[in-house]
Design a protein around this ligand. Structure first.
Ligand SMILES: Nc1ncnc2c1ncn2[C@@H]1O[C@H](COP(=O)(O)OP(=O)(O)OP(=O)(O)O)[C@@H](O)[C@H]1O
Length: 602
């Protein structure tokens, strides 16, 4: 499974990590939270979870009490278990016993297919000792007929992406959800940002879980208490509307203290909270209907995460990326690195370069000594890949000890790849919340991690934007890395500081790149498509960020260089537009009618 199966207990933490771990874990046990002993034993013995994290200690009792809940907690703090464990606990004790013919009791909505598979993997582990509870998933890209058959048999805990779920609600008559008790929105803000807002409203309408909507079960004389849970590391004003239409008097966990109403202890009259220390209780607020009055946009990042930026002129970006990767893998052979890019075409191009570029580090004429520039495995992930390839990449990167994943933001949310030590944001993320989620793929559950953001000199104001959200970065000492590389087979003695673009190592690497791209028509095409899509994505920055990432400040010739292209960018751009129009016309002719309009892919 994609998830870390049977993850052993973490090794004894180093002194530096000790403090962070103390902050992360609660002082109580899973049993103290009221979870069933069999479930507690499974968590400890099979999954290696010795104690709940603080966020779990706060959320699990609230989820078990039947109240609606809104949770904001840093990436990698165990939010998945915070909602799945209480659901499994309550389902295993249900009388009469849960049966497949009862249909779906819990629905978990997630923004991406990979997260869907991941959450399904964890649900499978949690129900291991309760075989009568059946988890399952439905998501875009999968075979609808097979999904219908699985829904007909009955799925107790259903994990779903919104578009496909709505499809089944509308077209699968045998899908039983009259017993639905929980709706969970994992990565709630992302679900809305990806354009699923309308689908979510329709889903709530179908399920009768919208505030003010008629309760379908009333007519049948049953009373099922519906409980909705919203979770993310970043909540913003977009979630406000979803919270307002789906949550009634929610308990808020992890929202900032200034919004705490006075007389907290009176409001938290529930006995479950008495298990928590004062600190743990501090993160819990209970509110009436004014769910999120203001955008909650200061972000908590894992304390042990090292965050840096590297200032690189546009034309040398790719050569610098390759140099940093080489240096990382030379320092430590076993590394896992995720690189975030802005578009699918750009992922395809960079995946080809990183996995295929060969070069000779000796004198230029020494061509027969060519070797791979990077020797590790390189995976790619984006929303335009075939579903099978997407799954293979996701599972493949997850199980490798040493590898690079080149991805769009499709990997930014919720994915829990084990042992990722380094996140490189080669293209800027835009919204600060996306920065937070991308870097959150490392430094999970108290482990160490580093993040590096590439910025051009004209983009440095982005650092101020991040700072305004409480995120600060220091500069990466790239010159040191550069000076450690040999030039023409010679280790450098002492070099004068010269501009990056004129550095012999960078110049020689750039020549190799341009040669590599020019050698094959297919690679040239990849580079051109990537260039065009990159420029389009650059123009798509929103709001205040438009003033930082200004396409008219870019030197397109230098942008082309960063894709290993020597051609004039304007020519490349025009021919690409013509090709794109042709391709769209061709596609229209081939596919008659689309079933439904889905949100755009990442
Ligand atoms: N109590 C625990 N003890 C040890 N490890 C845990 C515990 N709870 C969860 N984990 C592990 O911590 C990692 C992060 O958990 P999870 O993916 O749920 O985090 P998250 O808060 O949802 O992160 P994100 O915001 O990125 O989605 C996972 O590998 C999970 O197995």
């Amino acid at each position: 499974m994609p998830k870390k199966l049977g993850k052993p207990p973490p090794p004894p933490p180093a002194a530096a990590q000790e403090e962070g771990r103390e902050e992360l874990f609660a002082s109580c046990s899973f049993a103290d939270l009221g979870l069933h002993p069999t479930l507690c034993a499974h968590l400890q013995d099979k999954m290696g979870f010795q104690a709940p994290t603080r966020i779990q200690a706060q959320a699990i009792p609230v989820a078990m009490s039947g109240q609606h809940m809104l949770v904001k907690a840093a990436t990698g703090t165990g939010k998945t278990l915070a909602y799945l464990a209480p659901i499994v606990h309550l389902l295993q004790m249900r009388e009469p016993r849960v049966d497949r013919t009862h249909g779906t009791f819990a629905l978990v909505l997630v923004p991406t297919r990979e997260l869907c598979l991941q959450v399904y993997g964890i649900a499978q582990q949690l129900v291991h000792r309760f075989h009568w509870i059946v988890p399952g998933y439905v998501m875009g890209g999968e075979n609808r007929a097979k999904e219908k058959a699985r829904l007909r048999k009955g799925i107790s805990i259903l994990i779903a992406t919104p578009g496909r779920l709505l499809d089944h609600l509308q077209h699968t008559a045998s899908f039983v959800y009259s017993n639905l008790r929980w709706i969970v929105f994992d990565e709630a803000d992302s679900i809305l940002e990806l354009g699923f807002g309308k689908a979510v409203e329709d889903i709530l309408e179908h399920l009768g879980s919208r505030n003010g909507a008629p309760d379908q079960n009333k007519n049948k004389g049953e009373h099922i208490r519906r409980q909705n849970l919203l979770l993310s590391a970043t909540l913003n004003e977009k979630v406000n509307r979803l919270a307002k239409i789906s949550l009634k008097n929610p308990v808020m966990i992890g929202l900032d203290d200034q919004k705490k109403p006075s007389g907290k202890s009176n409001m938290l009259g529930n006995s479950h909270t008495s298990l928590l220390s004062d600190d743990e209780e501090d993160g819990i607020l209970e509110k009436q209907n004014d769910v999120l009055e203001h955008a909650v946009d200061d972000f908590k990042l894992p304390a042990q995460l090292v965050q840096r930026y590297v200032k690189v002129s546009c034309g040398s970006r790719l050569a610098v990326l390759l140099s940093i990767l080489k240096s990382l893998f030379e320092r430590q052979i076993s590394q896992k690195v995720v690189i975030f890019l802005s578009t699918c075409d750009s992922v395809d191009f960079h995946h080809t370069v990183l996995s295929q570029l060969e070069w000779s580090s000796g004198p230029q004429l020494d061509m027969d000594k060519k070797q791979k520039f990077l020797s590790c495995k390189v995976f790619r992930l984006h929303g335009s890949m075939e579903q099978d390839d997407r799954k293979k990449s996701f599972l493949g990167f997850g199980s490798e000890k040493s590898a690079i994943l080149v991805s769009t933001d499709v990997a930014a949310r919720g994915l829990d790849f084990p042992k990722v030590k380094y996140i490189i944001q080669y293209d800027s993320p835009g919204e600060a919340s996306e920065y937070v989620h991308r870097v959150g793929r490392t430094a999970r559950i108290g482990e160490k991690g580093e993040a590096l953001l590439f910025l051009q000199p004209i983009e440095l104001d982005y650092l101020k934007d991040l700072e305004s959200h409480g995120v600060s970065l220091t500069e990466y000492p790239f010159q040191k890395v550069l000076d450690s590389f040999p030039v023409n087979g010679q280790k450098p003695h002492k070099r004068k500081i010269i501009s990056l673009d004129m550095h012999p190592w960078i110049m020689s690497l750039q020549r190799s790149l341009e040669g590599f791209v020019a050698a094959e028509d297919a690679t040239k095409k990849l580079a051109r498509d990537a260039f065009c899509s990159w420029v389009r994505a650059y123009t798509a920055h929103r709001g205040e960020l438009k003033k930082i990432f200004m396409v008219k400040k870019l030197h397109l010739g230098h942008v082309a260089r960063s894709f290993g292209l020597k051609e004039q960018p304007s020519l490349v751009g025009r021919s690409h537009q013509v090709q794109l129009k042709k391709r769209k016309k061709e596609q229209k002719r081939q596919q008659p009618a689309k079933r439904r309009k889905l949100p755009s892919k990442k």
